[in-house]
Design a protein around this ligand. Structure first.
Ligand code: AMP
Length: 498
């Protein structure tokens, strides 16, 4: 464990480990994907779907459509609503099939050539790809491909798939595609478009979500049900873990090329990432978050006058906590909705400022009271430190912090943006150390078994865990091939090294 002084200096300094010894940030992407086949105005519907998925990525968005003879592409940095509302942009994206992507990445990788859908002209025609998740062997594969003469256009992990597909000698599309996806590791939910097909794929464990819907006669793919709701599509089913669906004019075909595994979706979709009105793996995200709050009230009650959520992410859990404990729920913190998610700003200094811009105390609900603050998670601790002191400044008598997920001790490699381990508060302090760090009167987290209980299980099945939960347990469900070669130069620097 670091001392407080040591930790604070680590929080402030550029993190050499995060950028690797060669200065490159590991690709970390939070994304949403969409696809539609056989629908006039495919691009306009895709733009709407992406708008509903905006919470999954706010830095960039893109759409590729196929108009029967040509592919059209529009990619923009910024929000979907700011960029894809103009009639002329949508009109340029003619056709009855389209795929789209919203993206958030860390600094350094926010460049136009990384904005998806990525597109390549292959020997058999154009191919567009949208990826949610993160490949854990992309750098290793990329290095081999570069040695073999491949020329990469982006620094995105997703591009390796374009090259693997281009190199396959198999004849049928599904054989070439299968050969390519069998070589990748990690988390991937993909929507891909060719001149004849819309393709959806989910990784063998189903870490990231992908769903199938129906809009009239056409098929739709999306990361979350909220994207179906906005376009009026009907939810049909989840794409299974390890399943490839190929949608053509003659219908939909399903393939299962991967070795069979039990599904292990990412637990963080329930905790933070997915929208509360979405249904993930058959469970309402809102209900699960409320259950987490109830479970937290059972495990960590507090003597208090009022339960206050940290908006927006802590609201459902705070409702559950208040209902279970019988303590009144009040909006003691007001959120400014014109500021994006705290994490959007890549620099720690700006991120801290972002927390101030985003939240303010509602003094009348706080003054003279013992308050319980509820949030869904603690990552670096920026939010909790700021809001605990904001509560005292607003006159709180006592501040009890309650968190509806267990301590995050391990970084993510599957498409959720978490910093490297030395910036995770819970990897540096025990609970008492964290409590002192944020200056709260008490601090408690839900237990690992408790979170499984909130999702309707008896607890975590340690032999066959029901979810991907490495952030709390360190149990990574796939090989971390690139991480194990971290000391080697990033493949995009290879030309300088060779
Ligand atoms: P921190 O302030 O660094 O402790 O981050 C915790 C806050 O960020 C909580 O309010 C969470 O709701 C939110 N959060 C947790 N995980 C993420 C993530 N991957 N991306 C953006 N925000 C997150």
């Amino acid at each position: 464990m670091h001392s407080l002084a040591n930790f604070e200096s680590l929080m402030g300094k550029p993190n050499l480990y995060a950028h690797g010894c060669n200065g490159f940030e590991r690709p970390k992407e939070e994304c949403g994907v969409f696809g539609i086949f056989g629908q006039p105005d495919a691009a306009a519907i895709t733009a709407l779907g992406l708008h509903a998925l905006q919470h999954r990525g706010q830095e960039a968005a893109g759409i590729v459509s196929f108009d029967g003879s040509q592919f059209q592409a529009e990619r923009r940095l910024g929000l979907v609503g700011d960029n894809f509302n103009k009639r002329n942009i949508i009109e340029r994206l003619a056709g009855e099939s389209a795929v789209g992507h919203v993206r958030y990445s860390t600094s350094g990788d926010t460049i136009m050539r990384n904005v998806q859908p990525l597109f390549a002209e292959h020997s058999r025609g154009g191919f567009a790809i949208c990826h949610n998740g993160n490949l854990t062997n992309a750098n290793t594969l990329r290095k081999e491909l570069v040695k073999d003469g491949a020329i990469f256009q982006s620094t995105s992990d997703t591009e390796v798939l374009l090259h693997l597909l281009a190199r396959s000698k198999k004849r049928a599309f599904i054989e070439r595609f299968t050969e390519a996806v069998l070589q990748i590791e990690g988390a991937f939910a993909l929507t891909c478009l060719t001149n004849k097909k819309l393709v959806g794929v989910r990784d063998p464990l189903g870490i990231r979500p992908l769903l199938l819907g129906r809009l009239g006669e056409s098929w739709v793919l999306a990361s979350e049900t909220c994207a179906f709701d906005i376009v009026g599509a009907e939810f049909v089913r989840e794409i299974e873990n390890g399943e490839i669906v190929v949608i053509t004019k003659s219908g939909i075909k399903s393939y299962h090329p991967f070795k069979k595994h039990p599904q292990r979706p990412c637990i963080f979709e329930y905790i933070y990432f997915a929208r509360p009105d979405s249904i993930v793996s058959g469970k309402s995200v809102y209900e699960v978050r409320k259950n987490m709050g109830e479970q937290l009230a059972i495990e960590a009650p507090a003597e208090a006058d009022v339960i206050i959520p940290i908006p927006d992410s802590g609201v459902p859990a705070a409702i559950g906590y208040a209902q279970k404990s019988g303590v009144p729920f009040e909006l003691g913190i007001i959120r400014n909705h014109y500021v994006g998610r705290t994490f959007i700003e890549p620099e720690q200094q700006i991120r801290q400022l972002g927390v101030k811009l985003k939240h303010s105390a509602n003094r009348s609900m706080v003054e003279g009271k013992s308050v319980v603050l509820i949030d869904d998670s603690i990552v670096r601790g920026t939010t909790s430190v700021k809001l605990v002191s904001m509560m005292y400044e607003a006159g709180a008598r006592q501040v009890h912090m309650r968190i509806s997920s267990p301590p995050i001790t391990h970084p993510d490699f599957y498409g959720i943006d978490t910093p490297d381990q030395n910036k995770l508060l819970a990897a540096n302090y025990d609970i008492e150390g964290m409590r002192k760090f944020m200056g709260a009167d008490s601090l408690a987290f839900i237990s690992v078994d408790g979170i499984y209980r909130a999702m309707g299980h008896e607890g975590r099945n340690n032999q066959h865990p029901q979810y991907t939960d490495h952030c709390f347990t360190g149990d990574y469900p796939t090989p971390l091939t690139d991480k194990n070669h971290e000391e080697e130069p990033h493949p995009s620097l290879l030309s300088e090294v060779l």
